[in-house]
Design a protein around this ligand. Structure first.
Ligand SMILES: [Zn+2]
Length: 377
């Protein structure tokens, strides 16, 4: 029952995702004309992970869920797979290679069977630096192989492969993938890889200890219910390939989340802000003024953090439309409601919740102007 609820939530939320980690699955199908979608979220400032929930109500889980990815993997947060899955990926002479703006993605096919349940490989894409860490250590590159349940129940499994810089060895699959990477420097562009041979990768997955845990999408809408499988040992990465990938994706790693079951980091951050406000003198009027001012240069560091947190948790708020405080404590309850929608006051180019306004990224502001109230986010 619980699992079905999670999957339903995943289905609902992921359909709103733009070029997220589940692109090319039934949750976020490819465009019929083959156009490469460009992500509307990012990794910097107000489009970044601290404000993903502020970009779209469908991203509520990013700021409230207690089962989020990525995490630091250790003996208390992940378990070793006792029954090893089977992996079978299809070698090809070339594959479509796309720049989604927030990652680079290869369309691939294959099957991974986990405890008798078959999952179909849909695509793999890259994060640099790695999103997951092992015993606190990060790695320069992580590859997410996104699978969808073959029985159509909507379950998603991600094989997350870590790579470490190696002065001698290289993973030939990565060299083949990036052969034409110079042709997809522009978001929305696509090219073809060289021939892809998965034998080296498959051998690694068959021999390395495998860690597993239940997590979430590491991109908006941060929906729960994903099964992660992570080889405990990294594969080799040559410097030239690493530079090619890093130079294209720039930076696309979400910050490390709390352990499963523990409070969402953003909600904890809001509590800390509230406590600090209680302990500190009343902010001067000039500070409040700077938060609501469109002039980014006038925003103080404190104002920026506070307003970003308020914006980030905004869609979790159950505050009534008449609420006028900006306390982060309004984030402690529940799910996106009509009341929460109504508490949003639109100011051209700004995202305003209960009186706190932050400058909205241009693309998002434009989207608000085009959509009706119920389609607003
Ligand atoms: Zn990913």
């Amino acid at each position: 029952m619980y699992k079905h609820g999670i999957i339903a939530l995943l289905l609902l939320a992921a359909r709103n995702a733009a070029a997220s980690c589940v692109h090319n699955t039934s949750l976020k199908p490819r465009a019929e004309d083959g156009a490469v979608p460009i992500s509307t979220f990012g990794y910097t400032g107000l489009t970044g992970p601290f404000n993903w929930a502020g970009l779209d109500a469908a991203n509520i889980a990013c700021s409230t869920s207690r089962t989020q990815s990525p995490i630091n993997l250790n003996s208390s947060t992940a378990s070793k797979l006792s029954t090893r899955p089977t992996f079978s990926f299809n070698n090809v002479s070339s594959a479509e290679f796309e720049n989604l703006g927030t990652t680079i993605e290869v369309l691939a096919t294959g099957t991974t069977t986990i405890s008798g349940k078959a999952f179909t490989l849909k695509q793999f894409h890259f994060h640099s630096p790695s999103e997951h860490r092992i015993d606190e250590e990060y790695f320069p590159l992580e590859m997410h192989m996104v699978h969808e349940a073959a029985d159509g129940d909507g379950a998603i499994a991600v094989v997350a492969v870590l790579f470490e810089i190696d002065a001698v060895d290289a993973t030939q699959l990565l060299k083949a993938v990036t052969r034409n990477i110079d042709k997809i420097q522009r978001p929305g562009s696509k090219t073809e890889t060289a021939g892809l041979d998965f034998a080296e990768l498959t051998a690694h997955l068959r021999n390395a200890p495998l860690l597993t845990y239940q997590g979430s999408l590491t991109t908006p809408p941060c929906a729960e219910g994903l099964t992660f499988i992570v080889p405990q040992k990294p594969m080799p990465l040559d410097v030239d390939t690493y530079r090619k990938i890093k130079g294209t994706v720039k930076f696309n790693a979400r910050y490390t989340q709390n352990e499963a079951g523990l409070e969402n980091i953003l909600e904890l951050g809001c509590k800390a802000v509230d406590e600090a406000k209680k302990a500190a003198p009343e902010p001067s009027s000039s500070t409040v003024e700077s938060v609501v001012s469109p002039s980014a240069s006038a925003v103080t560091a404190t104002g920026t953090l506070e307003s970003t947190l308020a914006s980030t948790v905004a869609h979790a708020s159950s505050a009534s439309p008449t609420t006028t405080t900006t306390s982060c404590s309004s984030s402690q309850s529940a799910s996106p409601t009509a009341a929460a929608e109504d508490s949003v006051t639109l100011v051209e180019g700004h995202h305003c919740i209960a009186g706190a306004c932050v400058k909205r990224p241009a693309a998002t502001a434009a989207k608000v102007r085009r959509r009706s109230r119920w389609e607003r986010y």
